[in-house]
Design a protein around this ligand. Structure first.
Ligand SMILES: Cc1ncc(COP(=O)(O)O)c(C=O)c1O
Length: 288
């Protein structure tokens, strides 16, 4: 990700914070908030195209689901979150950019139990360009594995799960790659640190099942686009030896959009026709 031009805590603008629009620099929390200590905040990442958030309601719905999977309820309905997001995008006069909603448990109590905490929500929106600077990126297989669904709620976009992603991503960057590809606890291919994985094998799209990954909104969108083009989509367990069979590899995600992969470890891939087609279809859809 390109470094932001301004520090995230020191810029002009308004943040929607528990129902109010608050000046950017004043949107602060206490050091004893439960989620800071125990990792149970949940968040979303959304993109703005032509002044509108793509798949806004799907993201608001997933924020609710993420919190529910961590056994709490948000104090705002999906409709209220949608309206708050539209307001904050308009107030910050953003034609394109990124939205970061976050929900967390407050500082009312300390301890592993979150009983007695209040749930807070904020929505920030800011300008943001391409996630990667490269047309096609190089991935390295990470030593960090996505955990079993019995050990973590993979379908929740929960902050705590991102410790694995941050470790994997920073090790990849330090080794000179653009991102990491993670396997799961069974040694199957899973996802990158902020995006889902697709392989093109014999003209079909193959992608891991959702057991240990975040079921991306972009993933589902691109699967739909592929089917509309008559491309068969196969969700299944995929083991790393199958990377040798792939003629194209790409990632999908709100931030990365449809991102060609040039290499995984030592193996190289071209930017192929299916990736190029789906990239164009996605770019057209988000702006339509
Ligand atoms: C770990 C992980 N996987 C996949 C995705 C892609 O999800 P989406 O397409 O909903 O942005 C993201 C981004 O949110 C992510 O952080």
């Amino acid at each position: 990700m390109a470094a932001p031009t301004l520090p995230m805590d020191d810029r002009d603008g308004l943040i929607w914070f528990n129902g109010q629009l608050v000046p950017w620099r004043e949107a602060k929390v206490h050091v004893l908030i439960h989620s800071l200590h125990y990792g149970n905040s949940v968040f979303e990442g959304e993109r703005i195209y032509n002044g509108k958030v793509f798949k806004l309601t799907e993201h608001s719905r997933r924020l609710h689901k993420s919190a529910n999977m961590l056994a709490y309820e948000l104090p705002y309905s999906i409709e209220e979150l949608d309206a708050a997001t539209r307001l904050v995008v308009a107030q910050n006069k953003l034609d394109s950019g990124y939205v970061r909603p976050l929900a967390w448990r407050g500082a009312e109590v300390i301890g592993v139990s979150a009983q007695g905490t209040k749930v807070h929500v904020m929505i920030a929106a800011f300008p943001w360009g391409a996630y990667y600077e490269q047309k096609a990126i190089r991935l390295v297989t990470s030593r960090w594995k996505r955990p079993s669904p019995e050990s973590s709620p993979a379908g929740s976009k929960a902050a705590g799960l991102y410790i694995i992603c941050t470790l994997a991503k920073d090790e990849a960057l330090a080794a000179g790659y653009h991102d990491a590809l993670m396997h799961d606890y069974k040694g199957r291919l899973s996802e990158a640190t902020g995006a889902n994985l697709f392989l093109v094998i014999n003209g079909e799209l193959h992608t891991p099942t959702t057991e240990t990954i975040l079921n991306g909104i972009t993933r589902l969108t691109v699967m739909d686009l592929a089917r509309k083009r008559g491309i068969k989509v196969v969700e299944r367990e995929i083991y790393p030896d199958e990377l040798a069979r792939a003629s194209e590899v790409f990632l999908t995600g709100t931030a990365v959009e449809v991102q060609p992969v040039a290499a995984i470890d030592q193996r190289e891939y071209p930017i192929g026709p299916i990736t190029t087609q789906l990239q164009a279809d996605y770019a057209a859809l988000v702006r339509s």
